[in-house]
Write a protein that binds this ligand. Structure first.
Ligand code: FAD
Ligand code: UDP
Length: 364
């Protein structure tokens, strides 16, 4: 009899398992994919780590989380500075003085502020959806060229039907600073994310290729408690209805050239181009290999049985999630954690923080 059965070997599962083992508890990890790591897993080809489930850049302002991950792996000094391509013209991201200069040929922050102040007059009162939030932050030009098309293909919905908080993730700065994040710490694990996961799961029994929900009868009885990190509605056999997720399709290509786009991430912000971004993986680790790998990321509708990448946190889904959350309270020996089980748009550092808090509560 194990103390804990972890369902899922992503960051939530791996951190929880590591801490439980360190405290002397026995742990078994089940993972339905054929590898551990969840969405941070990378595949190595020609010495390049390919972010198989989408580009992952670690960034945090939590001192404790930064100290925690640095125990297991060193981080390089990568700073995410993506570029947006709109109809063949390039604009720096996030929205900053470089972007404003490229759009309006202005020179000073005051000039940029005046243009945006004029354009945001279109919105009166508290923004009610993503469109209003975006226009009130950066005005109509940026909304039209750099936000509307990207967002509508990313989420498969109109910007007026999406929650405002999604766009609040992006910084808006009146300085010449292309750092996509405001966080104090940022980087990519030296040697790749798999190193972090391997270190967390060191000495822990793992079974890959096992779907807990398909073998619930067998595995329910093997541990005192279950830590479940899969989708919450799937756990309950969708009995209250399906939550919506956004899917993704990745198309990866090996190119016989050293440097294809000169930056790790280029966003394609017009609606007519079906992918949202092209990732050139080698740039995350300053690779100097003679070849390169690029991945086009296509947003897609999601259907049960496919990988669920993003929760769609609109009103309808939040209400349904709350109903599932009441069922969670009745599952006394199950802990629900992570992006899918909590149905939250968590970044990696949030997931690690939440796993550390949950496991500490548990071991108290
Ligand atoms: P996951 O990594 O999804 O792990 C859950 C695991 O559980 C999976 O391996 C799954 O196979 C397994 N599982 C599910 N159901 C079962 C079952 N029934 N039986 C067995 N196993 C099961 N965060 C950042 O901080 N920076 C970024 O740049 C960033 N970029 C991202 C880009 C994309 C495209 C996506 C989708 C996410 C990104 N994130 C980023 C978020 C980050 O991926 C998550 O915060 C984090 O990986 C979530 O960890 P998790 O353990 O909750 O979930
Ligand atoms: N976004 C946009 N244009 C861009 C980049 C992002 O409109 O060039 C919007 C879009 O709505 C996206 C949100 O900002 O869903 C958050 O972007 P982020 O890069 O944080 O998304 P993630 O990396 O989580 O996919």
């Amino acid at each position: 009899m194990y103390d804990y059965l972890m369902v899922g070997s992503g960051l939530f599962g791996a951190v929880f398992a590591h801490e439980a083992k360190k405290a002397g508890r026995s742990v078994l990890v089940l993972e339905r994919r054929d590898h551990v790591g969840g969405n941070v897993y990378c595949e190595e080809k020609d010495g390049i780590h390919i972010h198989k489930y989408g580009a992952h850049i670690f960034h945090t302002s939590y001192e404790d989380v930064w100290a925690y991950v640095n125990q297991f792996v060193a981080f390089n000094n990568f700073i995410n500075s993506p570029v947006a391509n709109y109809q063949g013209h390039l604009y720096n991201l996030p929205f900053n003085m470089n972007t404003f200069r490229e759009l309006w040929d202005i020179v000073t922050p005051a000039q940029a502020k005046a243009i945006i102040a004029e354009q945001r007059k279109a919105i009166k009162g508290e923004p009610q959806n993503l469109e209003e939030q975006a226009i009130s932050l950066v005005g109509t030009d940026i909304y039209t060229k750099l936000i509307k098309g990207y967002t509508e293909k990313q989420w498969g919905r109109s910007c007026t039907e999406l929650p405002a908080f999604i766009i609040k993730r992006l910084p808006v700065r009146y300085t010449f600073d292309n750092n996509y994040f405001n966080d104090r710490y940022q980087g990519i694990p030296v040697g790749g994310y798999n190193k972090l996961i391997e270190a967390l799961l060191d000495g822990i029994e793992v079974r890959t290729g096992v779907d807990y929900l398909k073998e619930r009868a067998v595995y329910q009885a093997v541990a005192r408690k279950v830590v479940y990190t899969g989708s919450i509605d799937e756990y309950f056999d969708y009995k209250l209805g399906q939550l919506e997720y956004r899917g993704l399709r990745f198309e990866t290509e090996r190119l016989e050239e050293e440097n294809h786009q000169g930056v790790a991430v280029v966003n394609y912000t017009e609606r007519e181009i079906p992918y949202t971004r092209i990732i050139e993986h080698k740039h995350f680790e300053f690779g100097t290999q003679p070849v390169t790998y690029i991945t086009r990321e296509y947003p897609a509708d999601w259907h049960p049985g496919e990988e669920a990448y993003y929760p769609v946190n609109n009103d309808r889904n939040q209400k349904l999630y709350q109903q599932y959350a009441t069922l969670v309270e009745q599952e006394k020996n199950v802990i629900f954690g992570g992006r899918l089980a909590e149905y939250k748009y968590y970044d990696m550092d949030d997931v690690i923080k939440s796993a550390l808090e949950r496991v500490q509560e548990e071991l108290r």
